[in-house]
Design a protein around this ligand. Sequence first.
Ligand SMILES: [Zn+2]
Length: 65
Amino acid sequence: MFHCERCGIRFSTGALSGGTSCPRCKARDGVSVQLTWEPLLAARTAAALAEARPRAARVTVAHGS
Ligand SMILES: [Zn+2]
């Protein structure tokens, strides 16, 4: 699945007739926009989220002896 960050449209790999530029942006505005491969985008987002999240202090549960 490809995703255009400019117009937000999504394409399945099979819907693209060669190349990885957004046909919608090309047709409408005459610009070539590089499409983002979605699993890559998801991985990037996950990495950014993990980075932003404050590291939770590990709580040690001490069982009474
Ligand atoms: Zn587009």
